[in-house]
Design a protein around this ligand. Structure first.
Ligand code: DLL
Length: 450
């Protein structure tokens, strides 16, 4: 149920969906089981790929779905992988005919073919409402002006935020990514109060703001909602202090709708998973075994409320852990930690697992460094090695070689202490490294493959 106080202009629309968001545990599990069964019935009847897959897992007749009594029974269902989506490109994973599909989004797959996501009218409505729920949880309302600097187009960030912000009654400026000068002009002239973009682009804007805005008092920006790539708490602190805003994390993926799966509320203490719409599990990525609450592993999601493209136990490749204590905001949904990285971005060097976000946390913690870095992997004397490229701030860079060497040594030592791997650290002049306007690429892998 959506609590809408009034249509009156003076009262902000409240999109806190209390009935769902504060549901008690047993009620939520009952809702999830019912929605899971409906989802299974849909894919069993309407999708040949799933009919076969479920058959292999012992669900050969629609009545077999009734054997699911408890939400933990989900673990007996088969996984869906990105490869399944690629192999069934473009529409083989849809459970509705094209006539019912009102929109297509896509994300780049690993093999050249994109991954297609389809939506019915109802799917778009549910997605918009979930996004409105999230924006409301971040403290936004109908009197806010949202500058949407996520890319519009096949990427789900642009339209996902756009429809959600409109659903909440906000004023939306559909900027898309780029056009930096125009971003600042709109911010100043229209009085933007919230910005939506990737954390890398937020950082880019934060580094550029003083070039374009002479009088900071004209900027009304107070919040930013950032996602679509892993980002550390240190990056959050950088963005917050440079832009003088509160920054919130939002998580999602095209295969499961787009942004809207999980979100931070105003307390910024983990991401609430929209459990009435998505059933989360954490598995050991090597064995597929379901891990206990609190353990870190790969996030697996089952959609519970989708028509066009329901997915069963989709392996996201994203690494995180779940925890279930009640948040100060009153929401009872399970929370996940910030995503640590993707299984396919994890660097294994001399047996040590390294996520770029761990390096980021270290680099962004030093106030004498620019918030930028590049991880270079290379092979020397048949051994794989790592070089971290950093940018000291101008005044530090001007101090000369010996100070720069000292800094490089200190950072290398810190990385060894915290991550356990010996690295080379190389400094380049400030503003040398490429800044990203979309999802950033911070790894250059030049290792010789044997
Ligand atoms: O990135 C959807 C999105 C748009 C999310 C805008 C948030 C904001 P894809 O392009 O399909 O969809 O990429 C999904 O991006 O599996 C994660 O690896 C990564 N990702 C998304 N959000 C976060 C986040 C969109 N908050 C893939 N933290 C996912 C870390 C994230 N990684």
């Amino acid at each position: 149920m959506i609590i809408q106080n009034s249509k009156s202009k003076s009262i902000p629309i409240n999109y806190f969906e209390k009935k769902y968001e504060t549901m008690d545990y047993r009620e939520l599990k009952t809702l999830q089981v019912a929605r899971l069964k409906t989802t299974l019935e849909t894919v069993f009847i309407k999708n040949d790929f799933y009919k076969n897959k479920l058959g292999e897992a012992g669900i050969r007749h629609i009545n077999d779905i009734d054997n699911i009594k408890n939400i933990d029974d989900v673990k007996n269902l088969p996984f869906t992988s990105k490869t399944d989506l690629v192999n069934n490109y473009p529409f083989g994973i849809f459970s509705r005919p094209l006539g019912d599909i009102v929109r297509i989004h896509a994300s780049s797959g690993t093999t050249g073919k994109p991954i297609i996501a389809g939506y019915t009218k109802r799917d778009i409505r549910v997605w918009s409402q979930l996004m409105a729920r999230i924006l409301c949880a971040c403290g936004l309302g109908k009197n806010d002006i949202g500058q949407n600097a996520y890319g519009y187009g096949l990427f789900t960030g642009g339209l996902g935020f756009h429809y959600g912000a409109e659903e909440l009654g906000m004023t939306v400026i559909p900027m898309s990514t780029g056009f930096t000068e125009r971003q600042f002009t709109m911010m100043e002239d229209i009085g933007t109060t919230a910005i939506f973009c990737t954390p890398s682009y937020a950082l880019f804007l934060a580094e550029e703001i003083n070039k374009f805005i002479k009088d900071r008092s004209k900027i009304k920006l107070k919040k930013g909602i950032f996602g679509a790539e892993p980002w550390s708490d240190e990056l959050r602190r950088n963005i917050e202090s440079l832009l003088n805003i509160d920054a919130y994390d939002i998580y999602g993926l095209s295969e499961l709708m787009g942004p809207g799966v999980a979100f931070e509320c105003v307390y910024k203490d983990g991401l609430h998973i929209n459990e009435d719409n998505f059933l989360p599990e954490i598995i050991n990525p090597k064995t597929g075994e379901v891990l206990k609450k609190g353990e870190t592993g790969e996030l697996v999601l089952t959609s519970l409320n989708r028509q066009a493209m329901p997915l069963i136990r989709f392996r996201t490749k994203d690494i995180t852990g779940l925890y279930k204590d009640k948040c100060k905001c009153g929401r009872s949904f399970v929370r996940m930690h910030k995503i640590k990285g993707r299984t396919d971005d994890m660097i294994i060097l001399k047996g040590v697992n390294i996520f770029p976000s761990q390096i980021e946390s270290i680099i962004f913690g030093y106030d004498y460094l620019e918030p930028a870095y590049l991880i270079e992997l290379y092979t020397e004397n048949f051994l794989d090695k790592i070089n971290i490229v950093i940018e000291p701030k101008q005044e530090v860079f001007n101090m000369g070689e010996s100070r720069i060497d000292e800094i490089a040594k200190e950072i290398s030592h810190r990385i060894y202490e915290l991550i356990g791997v010996r690295s080379k650290v190389t400094a380049v002049p400030p503003k040398t490294l490429e800044r990203s306007q979309g999802k950033s690429k911070r790894i250059r892998d030049a290792r010789k493959k044997i």
